[in-house]
Design a protein. Sequence first.
Length: 613
Amino acid sequence: MNRLQVLQSAIAKAIQSEFDLEIGSEDLTITPTRKEFEGDYTLVTFPLIPKLKSNPAAIGKKLGEHLMAVNDFVTNYNVIKGFLNLNLSNLYWHQVLGDIALADKYGYQPSNGQKVLVEYSSPNTNKPLHMGHIRNILLGWSCSKILEASGYEVIKTQIVNDRGIAICKSMLAWQKFGEGVTPETAGIKSDHFVGKYYVLFETKFQEEYKVWQESAEGQSYLSQNRKEGQSDQDFFKAYKNTYFNENSNLGKNARDMLISWENGDNDVRAIWKQMNEWVYSGFDQTYERLGVSFDKLYYESETYLLGKDQIADGLGKGVFYKENDGSVWIDMEDAKLDKKIVLRSDGTSVYMTQDIGTAELRYKDFGVDKMIYVVADEQNYHFKSLFEILKRLEAPYAAGLHHLSYGMIDLPTGKMKSREGTVVDADDLIEEVIEEARKSAIESGMLSDLVKEQQEEIFRIVGLGALKFFIIKVNPQKRMTFDPKQSVDMQGQTGPYIQNAYVRIMSILNKIDFRVEKNIHGYEISGVEKDLVMKLSEFPSVVLEAARTFEPSEVANYCFVLSKGFHRFYHDFPIIKAESEEAKAFRIMLITLISKVLKEGMFLLGVEMPDRM
RNA sequence: GGUUCCGUAGCUCAGCUGGAUAGAGCAGCUGACUUCUAAUCAGCAGGCCGCAGGUUCGAAUCCUGCCGGGAUCACCA
């Protein structure tokens, strides 16, 4: 039981003895007292009025008196309307800080024996990672860390979308136009190299399409199929997919290639393997740069046929039904969802089938209690359906499924569109933000005594700190506007601001010879210091709440607020030259714990802390 | 059209298990570095919390309706 819980139960006991009413301490509303009032914690007594059949003034007075008489850590109280403000003793706050200092791994819960699998990233292997992936990766990584801190055993995974028509497009383009070039000979990072051929395919396809549009065949399609009021341009835009599937040579080549791939054609498989390896080696570099990793990889090429057993099983149970053409469906209209197909009429899998099978595979592999899918919000409906299906199939892990949905990223100029070349490339972005940190540091000159490698390491930590914090401080479900200028900002509500708080503390701690002083409980803690102690005491509940709601942004905001409190304290209070030995010892203990919590909190976000900057 | 998410300061966002006079950062304007790192601090200015009802002692927060924006409603993934 922590100190706040002690206070809560003391209040519950006071209510019991003064009003003879049993009330759970978790039903009490207790908040830190607002700045403009006198007190440390506030009990809101309004909700108690009907239960205690009394008025706020009387309730406040009775409880206040009782608490002061019975608990020596309550030193004073005042009542304003339905608010009972309590002052707690100096010793109480010393003890709160002492508890934190003694905690084994502060902010961490003991193991709860549960396993959770977190899927994130899940890229296609036809182009390099972009900023959307970065948001996905940072959310997934951070959630994993937060869940670990909350007592779960976490398995980090990704499903690699390594097959399909899109991959065949880049393969085909390389085969047709690549003339044996490799990333090495071209001197291009290997995933970007593959991406180049994906783009090349699109370019060649558009050229082909354009020629066709002007041909007699194209014009006759236009006149026969154009809807009323539709311009030529709009028609051909809408027709593009159909053209790809029905008229295009390149489209046919790509589809043929997919079929050859499915049939295990040696040549196609060889190209496929080669190009995917290039992509993986590129991804690996990006992941490493971002400081993230995975425990287990699933490849779509190995899972895309899964799920048929579950479909057969579900048919037997009456969860699914068969249409006359042989396709298999599920009707979820009673759950406000639609009818969904789970097996094509030719007996092949769809996306849903695959995901059902993959979930089952993962359960077999790890026996997890929960599975978290970090996937953009455009797939909300899919995951709702998937989870409902798994529930109906009575999968043992069905209750532990969660889609961590995040909003897409917009640029100040509008949406990111790969076709229009407005995607922000992950590698470019990382370089840019490190460069910004470099400029900033060189300008300050603070690191000029370090060797180049040490400097570069700090630039990396600070730059990535800026980028990561910028993205993760926003609530995941919100669409976010990504302004490159803001993302490299190092002032104010940013990663470097928090890193700077840590660096300032390190700088002090490096200058002193710290040893635990004699009893410092006699030191009279100031209001600013008390706020910091209180803030520190909130860390474990912030982490738990972030885990419960899958929102790393809560930890991010906590770290910022704590840093802000520290910066202010640092400005106003001397530490090394404190007015007394007791004050000095107390403050050193305080800042030591702040540095630990900041480092731990930022670690949960995947942000490293430099000792200098 | 159905479903769903979002709407808070000029901009980017907190606050949403209902609690006291709605908070930060950026941008703008003032001021503070011979001092423990100024990537900092202090101050000024900036708000029909999308709109309208309802529930409540109390609503940015909960409910309903509307408005605006996004996503989705494929034998695509």
